[in-house]
Design a protein around this ligand. Structure first.
Ligand code: SF4
Length: 485
């Protein structure tokens, strides 16, 4: 059986995924997500921009014929060419064949069985940081390469995004870790039982087994579906045999608050969260914000949401919904940079609008809007005396809600909360990540329907924030009246 670097990389992100990739029923896999295609395309573009700086040789072999690829690579190494692109390296490990295909092999002076030179593996990664999984994969390449050229390598290299220099992987540190992970991986793959499901938004979102795993987690009422359950906390709960929602909902605070990964606030929040999901009711958190800090209703309210393209370091859409409760009107303003150089223009348009309502609170969801207003103020030299009064008007609905109430939902993303309230986006499949993709497509194709999709999504985000805020005000008014009665 083959073990390649991709399986090892995926194993570090999720132990279950390479098991399913190797033994799973492929009819249960999701169709490839268009966002995953964008990530793959971005990776290829990044790799190409790095490769443009190298003159390289590539082994010649028919696709999938790894033996031939390995022989062609060894031949290039023996010739002593300076750089080899996507060489094929094979080694035997127990009853397994290890297959490594580093992005580059770069010739270095020194001694090996090839002559007075040897090769160092180089991976070109899309991430900006030298994540553990990249370094483990680099150690995997280096281990196989070391065996082939009979040299114990001290370092491998990573070329990351947005880094001018090459990152050096310390193999003394990472090779032992890689060998442990490889041994664990083999144990897992030889087992007949797949590793347990654990749904975590960041790792599962773009996984092609998502719907399959989610259905299993749902049918088991798996604790990973409860907001606030991290792998560390889950392990702690398992050690206490607290494996179900009921068990967690009935756990005492003193049982949890001193465990690793918990404190009093986290423990009490999780217990109430479990009770909320179990009873399907919103519940006030024990450490809720003081009443005077909670949101209120104002005669005129602004709801603000930004769409950004991080790769371009650009905030291309500033959307504001103006709700005038006295006049009973709602008006949406969409300040859109059709080209990246219009960011300053839309920033000014945004300021002109919000300054028209100097008393109106500005509601938003999460910290990005406040941070961006500060950043744009600095970038376009808006006097701080003008920005400062604006910042005091910002109210983060996410913070208000998550510090005061537990909802019977699986995530505190705006979509999950607003949908629980019955709100629906006009384009059901739209998302912030898709907007990034659509904006890129707009810049490439000039297709205006993409801009319309983004504007509609942004407006719906503002309207969803409005609905969540109104619900929160009503909820606390009712709770307060109940307590006073
Ligand atoms: S959906 Fe999540 S749990 Fe399932 S295989 Fe993918 S990453 Fe792992």
């Amino acid at each position: 059986m083959l073990i390649n670097a991709e399986l090892l990389l995926q194993y570090q992100r999720c132990k279950r995924r390479p098991f399913l990739d190797t033994h799973g029923d492929y009819s249960h896999r999701d169709v490839t997500h268009e966002l995953l295609m964008k990530v793959q395309q971005d990776k290829l573009t990044h790799q190409q921009s790095v490769l443009d700086n190298f003159a390289y040789h590539q082994p010649n072999y028919s696709p999938g014929n790894w033996e031939a690829g390995a022989a062609a690579t060894i031949e290039l190494m023996q010739q002593g060419v300076d750089v080899i692109r996507r060489g094929v390296l094979l080694a035997t490990y127990d009853k397994y064949t290890l297959l490594s295909r580093p992005d580059l092999l770069v010739k270095q002076p020194g001694t090996s069985n090839l002559g007075d030179w040897f090769y160092v593996p180089v991976d070109i990664q899309l991430g900006k940081r030298p994540k553990q999984e990249y370094q483990v994969v680099a150690a995997f390449h280096a281990e196989i390469l070391g065996v082939l050229q009979e040299v114990t390598l001290a370092e491998a290299w990573l070329i990351l995004r947005n880094r001018d220099s090459t990152y050096v992987v310390d193999l003394n540190k990472w090779t032992p870790q890689m060998l442990n992970i490889l041994a664990e991986y083999i144990q897992m793959i030889e087992s007949k039982v797949p590793p347990e499901v654990f749904i975590a938004r960041q790792k599962c979102n773009l996984c092609h087994w998502y719907n399959h795993c989610y259905a299993i987690a749902k049918s088991q009422q798996h604790l990973s579906l409860l907001p606030g359950i991290t792998p560390i906390r889950y392990t702690q709960l398992q050690a206490l045999s607290t494996n179900t929602l009921e068990a967690l909902a009935n756990t005492s605070l003193s049982t949890l608050e001193n465990l690793i990964g918990f404190d009093t606030e986290v423990a009490s929040k999780l217990i109430v969260q479990a009770q909320s999901v179990l009873t399907k009711k919103p519940l006030v958190l024990p450490y809720t914000l003081p009443l005077e800090n909670l949101i209120f209703t104002a005669p005129i309210e602004l709801y603000f949401d930004i769409e950004a393209q991080p790769d371009l370091n650009l905030n291309y859409l500033l959307g504001v919904l103006v709700v005038d409760r006295q006049a009973n009107t709602e008006q949406f303003y969409s300040f859109l940079a059709e080209t990246p150089d219009q960011e300053e223009l839309i920033w000014q348009q945004f300021l002109d609008l919000v300054w028209q309502y100097p008393q109106a609170p500005i509601y938003h969801f999460c910290a990005y809007e406040v941070d961006t207003v500060k950043k744009l103020g600095r970038l376009y030299r808006t006097p701080y005396s003008s920005i400062s009064p604006l910042l005091t008007r910002f109210i983060d609905i996410y913070e208000q809600l998550t510090q005061s109430v537990a909802l019977p939902i699986e995530s505190y993303a705006l979509k999950a909360i607003a949908r629980w309230l019955g709100f629906e986006w006009r384009d059901r499949e739209a998302s912030g990540a898709k907007c990034i993709y659509w904006y890129d497509q707009w810049l490439e194709t000039g297709d205006r329907t993409l801009l319309e999709l983004i504007q509609r999504y942004n407006e719906d985000d503002c309207r969803a924030t409005h609905q969540v805020k109104d619900w929160l005000v009503d909820f606390f008014q009712t709770e307060y009246a109940r307590k006073m009665a």
